[in-house]
Design a protein around this ligand. Sequence first.
Ligand code: KG4
Ligand code: ZN
Length: 358
Amino acid sequence: MLLAIETSCDETAVALLDISRRLDDCERCEDFLRGHLVRTQIQLHEPYGGVVPELAAREHLANLPVMVEHLLHQTGVELADLTAIAVTAGPGLKGCLLVGIAYARGLAFARKLPFVPVNHLEGHVCSGDLGARAERPEYPLLAMLVSGGHSELILAKQPLEYTVLTRTRDDAVGEAFDKCATQLGLPYPGGPALSRLAAGGHAPLYRLPQGMADDDTAFSFSGVKTAVHRLVKSLGDQLHNEQTRADVAAAIEDTLVETLLEKTGRALKRSGVRSLLLCGGVAANGRLRRRAAELAAQRGIRLVVPDFQWCSDNAAMIGVAAARRLERAGGVAAWPPAGSEACVARTRWPLEQLSPAG
Ligand code: KG4
Ligand code: ZN
């Protein structure tokens, strides 16, 4: 029984996974996921318009022990039943990561259990495995990881082997959604609200720039934010009109989604993958899902979009990543692999630094 912990940003999350069977032998997610809990801090950070790292870390510290106890109680699992502890070790906010790591290390030390540090981005890629077996990604796989902190196109030739084809030079796409939404006076986090407003709008009425259109190794979303700033200023009082606001929101959503889709389309052409996976909070966006479905259908590949609850930060995906790493190493008894580093909190931890074996 694996306990997984996620505290890298503003969600405290815990999950329990039965790892006595290989994940690929499990027909349904419920066959290995025994339970999970997520507690979001959105309300705490809302007045500040963004995550305040110090407040987030304190909140994790207050919530994590209670949530672990609650989950054990709910699932009828005893501390003595645990066979491994997994925790997000990066990338993320330092103070937040440290809370999860210190807790997980303490528990692992006290119970003499193997301790698995997990890369948060690898966790998101593994969220594709939280569906029924027939709907999980086939490899090679292209993952579009889009959240408030990340925008990456990741090629995985095999499970746990990654090449990042495209990453952002500045803002993440979720951050761009949020900052543009703020300029339209929408509450934080603005992505979902902007998307709802956009549903009644007509996108072609306003033109916004697509950042780094000719460079397939990079996304750039900060230009959209600046262009929206200018547009909002020039529209002035016209923005009191609900239809005008909807048209601007539609133009923003259209620009951000099409920027993602164009680079993804070219990456699919070059890489010859069998599946496209959408993951991260922005994967909840309806327009992105529809356009990605069209793209996948055109290319005759499988589109995997995890259930909403697995798109935003959660510990089940961290548990799946840890379970895959443990399987690769030959099970709990063979962990940690020779030469693996001690676990430290890493604010930056690019996927390329992961070794497929470790
Ligand atoms: O993965 P996530 O929950 O948190 C991290 O960033 O780690 O992603 C949150 C981001 C926010 O920027 C939010 O505005 C965006 O995902 N988001 C959306 C939608 N739902 C969430 N953006 C656009 N459309 C949505 N429907
Ligand atoms: Zn995340």
